[in-house]
Design a protein around this ligand. Structure first.
Ligand SMILES: Cc1cc2nc3c(=O)[nH]c(=O)nc-3n(C[C@H](O)[C@H](O)[C@H](O)COP(=O)(O)OP(=O)(O)OC[C@H]3O[C@@H](n4cnc5c(N)ncnc54)[C@H](O)[C@@H]3O)c2cc1C
Length: 477
């Protein structure tokens, strides 16, 4: 089988498949520190505390999803996440422990219990990807294609039969029974983003060109607290784990204005409202009561930009952070084109609904990563693939596309701007605009100025974009 992408989802999927006896080709275009997984700060959500339970985790996830989450996906994640944390420990990942030697569990927005497993303080992603990539590189059943980019999926008779890749100095085709996309999300398509520049939805473009359905593209999450700074650190994420440890949000008058531990959509919209009336710089995080030794990488970046959190408040504003939508899949990662699977942030199982609950995405990478590895292993070997069937990738998005998405499909959007976006040269931007237009209501991360209320008739319904680009609204099964 082939796995495209070496973030948390791709690495874990490749390792599970290889452990089960599959021969795996692991293709990754970027160096390790360029994946969103490497940048993850907060941790992995798992109901491991005494008094917590998968049902309670599921209730919080459903509530954060604002009536649009797929219940079967939510229950699957919450039930299986604790076992995946234990599996990572068995693979050698060392999570932070409390003074009794038990896992130290953090608290984040929207969670009713302490259930965030972390490593190296706020260096969770760095630790996990470092450990998993060392295991993948050493595994005899995994062939790693580094600095290699998947440029097209190969399709024969409506079935995905592999992938065409550009390796340094050459083009090659890899035939596989199961091809798993683990290419990450698309939040870097928006001008202000917490994501690495490569997170522009390449996997969605590959899958769409191969005829696969995409889902929920209108649901893009804006993280409430990204650093506001003049230089390259603008947009640096300040994890909500600091709010879990007591940091408060202050407006231009120095007053608190929102429950800091409410789900992200609520906090981001409250900040946006303050910035609209108070102007840039009107919202700041007061972290003076937080023990910053738990967050050394945040302390380091704040030091770089001349902020001492013990003394100064930290200016923050929302930034595009996570795309709930992606390649539409079942609960084993299977896309609508046979032989094709998707996992991690590039996929959409419906788990996150209209608003992802903090730290559920790394959990998803491991829960779905395992399931997709097993499902891909069941695929029949392909007939010989034909490169002639490959549809090439669109050119990378221009800065104008990123600013158009920020203006027209940002925290608040309306029909006029969205219609303009449907003419953007970047195909995925057009599909996002069409999905936003199709959802004529406000819900979670999708706030329409022209449809300011939630429409109960759309509860449990998600948007699907088919290969022709047409959008329909349907129920999750
Ligand atoms: C700053 C930040 C902090 C976060 N903190 C948390 C957190 O604490 N907890 C949490 O649950 N989530 C967090 N998230 C979200 C989470 O990190 C991501 O959703 C998750 O890591 C996505 O993992 P992934 O494996 O799907 O994709 P990624 O980690 O983005 O990996 C994608 C991989 O695909 C490769 N790739 C892409 N296109 C191609 C191609 N065409 N050919 C070959 N390779 C390709 C890339 O090179 C990369 O290796 C955070 C995100 C950010 C940006």
């Amino acid at each position: 089988m082939t796995v495209v992408g070496a973030g948390a989802a791709g690495l874990f999927c490749a390792l599970v498949a290889a452990h089960e006896g599959a021969r795996v080709a692991l293709v990754s275009s970027s160096p390790l520190p360029a994946s969103a997984s490497y940048w993850a700060q907060g941790g992995i959500a798992a109901a491991l505390a005494a008094g917590d339970s998968p049902d309670r985790h599921a209730e919080d996830t459903m509530a954060a999803g604002r009536g649009a989450a797929r219940a079967s996906a939510v229950h699957m994640l919450c039930e299986e996440s604790p076992a995946r944390v234990r599996e990572l420990e068995e693979l050698g990942v060392r999570f932070d422990a409390d003074r009794h030697g038990s896992l130290a569990l953090g608290l984040e927005g929207g969670h009713s219990a302490r259930r965030i497993v972390h490593a190296g303080g706020a260096a969770t992603g760095r630790r996990i990807t470092r450990d998993l990539s060392a295991l993948a590189a050493a595994h005899p059943e995994i062939d790693v294609y580094e600095r290699s980019t998947a440029t097209a999926l190969l399709v024969n008779d409506g079935r995905c039969t592999g992938v065409s890749i550009r390796i340094p100095g050459a083009q090659a085709a890899i035939a596989s029974g199961g091809t798993v996309l683990a290419t990450g999300g698309a939040a870097a398509l928006w001008q202000r983003s917490t994501n690495p520049p490569g997170s522009v939805g390449v996997g969605l473009a590959l899958a769409h060109a191969a005829g696969a359905d995409l889902a929920d593209l209108e649901f893009a999450q804006f993280h409430p607290t990204a650093l506001v700074s003049e230089g390259p650190r603008d947009g640096f994420l300040i994890t909500e784990a600091v709010r879990g440890e007591g940091a408060t949000l202050r407006n231009a008058s120095g007053r608190r204005f929102v429950d800091e531990l409410a789900p992200r959509d609520e906090v981001a919209l409250a900040i946006e409202a303050e910035l609209r009336t108070g102007g840039a710089g009107a919202v700041a995080l007061d972290m003076s009561g937080v023990n910053m030794t738990r967050f050394p990488n945040i302390a380091e970046v704040l030091g770089e930009v001349g902020i001492d959190p013990a003394r100064d408040t930290v200016p923050v504003a929302p930034a595009a952070h996570y795309t709930m939508g992606g390649v539409a899949t079942d609960l084993d990662g299977r896309a609508s084109v046979s032989g094709l699977l998707a996992v991690g942030e590039c996929a959409c199982t419906g788990l996150h609904g209209a608003n992802r609950l903090a730290s559920n995405s790394l959990a998803e990478c491991f829960v779905l990563g395992r399931r997709a590895a097993l499902a891909a292993g069941e695929e029949e070997p392909p007939p010989a693939p034909s490169t002639a069937d490959a549809t090439p990738l669109p050119a990378p998005p221009r800065p104008e596309t990123r600013s158009a998405l920020w203006r027209h499909a940002g925290l608040r959007r309306g029909a006029e701007g969205l219609r303009e976006l449907t003419g953007d040269p970047y195909p995925l931007a057009r599909l996002i605009a069409a999905s936003c237009l199709a959802r004529e209501e406000s819900r979670g991360a999708h706030q329409r100025v022209d449809f300011p209320h939630t429409n109960p008739a759309l509860d449990g319904r998600h948007t699907v974009v088919d290969a022709s680009g047409a959008v329909r609204l349907e129920e999750w099964s």
